[in-house]
Design a protein around this ligand. Structure first.
Ligand code: DX5
Ligand code: ZN
Length: 217
């Protein structure tokens, strides 16, 4: 079973409610919300006010991916806004342990995110704290980039750790995901797939969600 997390980064912002309802009806379990600060990544996207508004119209798990420097500053605000999962990049803070603690203190699911150039070793000490690990399969910052196959071995490594340690974190992938690229990642152990342009760039987003889910059949 693979859960799908459509990223609203590629949705039609003027018709955001329509797009959100569409993917929820199609069976997406998570809604992926990409928060960008123009510093950790070049682009600026949206913030907690969006999460608060989306919370009112959707029952999907709000999967909040913070691509911001010093995420500790905003964790409480996103939790109050209604985020169900908050993900922080290990590269964006000097205090990953404290950041994860802050997320957990809000009774929100804690996620650590690693860029393509960041090794799994770096997060081993804090894996016991997380509900989900997000393995970036592109360099963060934009939708519509090409999946980096060299990230698969990190998914395998995390899956091995999960099997051998008894830890129960989910492994999510993000970037360049489609019905083809998801295959190897799923086989390697990923069980949550973010997809932006593949889902919202289609005439029929529901078909695309089903096509991703099908890899697990
Ligand atoms: C990239 C974001 C992704 C993005 C994925 O920095 O973290 O969530 O929306 O877009 P696609 O699926 O188009 O690669
Ligand atoms: Zn993302």
């Amino acid at each position: 079973m693979i859960k799908v997390a459509p990223s609203i980064l590629s949705a039609d912002y003027i018709n955001l409610q329509r797009d959100i309802e569409l993917v929820e009806k199609a069976g997406a379990e998570y809604l992926h919300i990409d928060v960008m600060d123009g510093s950790f990544v070049p682009a600026i996207s949206y913030g907690p006010a969006w999460v608060k508004s989306i919370k009112k119209i959707s029952n999907m798990v709000l999967d909040t991916h913070l691509m911001i420097e010093n995420p500790e500053k905003y964790i409480d605000t996103f939790a109050e806004a209604g985020s169900d999962i908050i993900g922080v990049h290990v590269e964006a803070t000097n205090h990953i342990h404290r950041a994860l603690q802050m997320i957990k203190n809000n009774n929100v699911k804690a996620e650590v995110v690693i860029n393509p150039g960041t090794p799994v070793d770096l997060i081993k000490p804090i894996l016991y704290m997380v509900d989900q690990v997000l393995v970036m399969t592109v360099n963060p910052g934009f939708g519509g980039q090409k999946f980096l196959p060299e990230t698969i071995k990190k998914i395998k490594e995390l899956d091995e750790i999960r099997k051998n340690s008894g830890l129960k974190f989910d492994i999510e992938i993000d970037g360049g995901v489609n019905n083809e690229t998801v295959k190897d990642a799923y086989e390697a152990g990923a069980n949550v797939a973010v997809a932006g342009s593949y889902v919202f760039g289609a005439d029929n987003p529901a078909d695309r969600i089903n096509a991703i889910k099908k890899v697990a059949d």
